[in-house]
Design a protein around this ligand. Sequence first.
Ligand SMILES: C[S@@+](CC[C@H](N)C(=O)[O-])C[C@H]1O[C@@H](n2cnc3c(N)ncnc32)[C@H](O)[C@@H]1O
Length: 328
Amino acid sequence: MEPPEIEIVPVDGEGSFWDDRRGLLACLRETPPRVPAYLGYDALGSELFEAITELPGYYPTRVEHRLLQRHAEQIADLIGYERIAELGSGSAKKTRLLLAACVERRPTCYLPIDVSREMLVASARELTTELPGLRVQGLWGRYEAGLGWLRDGTPEPVTVALLGSNLGNTTPEERAALLAEIAATLRPGDRFLVSADLQKPAAVLEACYNDPPDRSAFARFRLNHLSHLNRLFDADFILEYFYPRAHYDAASTAVQGHLYATEDQTVALRELDLDLILRRGDSLNVGFSYKFHRPEFVAAVAARGFDLGAQWIDGVWQYGIFLFVRSA
Ligand SMILES: C[S@@+](CC[C@H](N)C(=O)[O-])C[C@H]1O[C@@H](n2cnc3c(N)ncnc32)[C@H](O)[C@@H]1O
């Protein structure tokens, strides 16, 4: 049988979003300088993230997978709509549990939104093969562009999903803007399915977000941000001059992925016309993973114009999936 056609719609300028100099410059001028999360997901970065999900100490993927295994049928009943868009879908390995329950109930169209074209193509191919009857239309670009495409399109009801606790990978300002954008995209009655990793002790989090001694998935994922910047912006980061390590900052409740400079150095990013001066011990921030206090999380989403419809939390309250309904 012919493999099904894969439909990928470039919603963010045929990949030109990688070249967003203004956004990157603003982040690099923060203290410490920061690389925006999406720049970690070129083809290799996406593969390395999958390797992270297989690390023995990396609990978020496993816990969310178990929650979806257990509750996909109920979530599918409560969603009730034919269209599901997912922000930052990645491999969609967990989402397919939910999609399988949806296609059993009704015709379903899945709209994954991701910067990684490779992941969109691979996941669309696997999903349409595994779940005949599922229509997949991949939206290639950043969250805002995907949401803009939804807003400009047909007014049919939709569920927007944001799984993998992806919302925790945004800064508080980015998060407020993204929630506002999701609220502005959804119409009354539309659903917002979002997961959140809940607060837990620093030792647990630091064990989760660093490699065990015999593995290097996190180290390679973090250092790959620099290789990607070298390619995109004609930069000369020397990977050997950085030491990757994540710490939990209790004040902000965020795990922060750092690349610490092991030498004094000046890095030229020629396409940005920028020299980044780093002293030994300075850090480059290559990713946040915020951990949420459940009632505050629910209140923050509700304040954007949502009512909590249902929630699914694991037995030891470490991770939650929340179904919100856009209020009138
Ligand atoms: C942490 S991974 C999670 C993937 C998947 N949701 C999971 O739970 O396994 C984040 C995903 O979001 C995508 N991503 C990150 N920032 C993005 C942005 N601003 N716009 C679109 N996609 C983004 C990445 O390419 C990656 O596939």
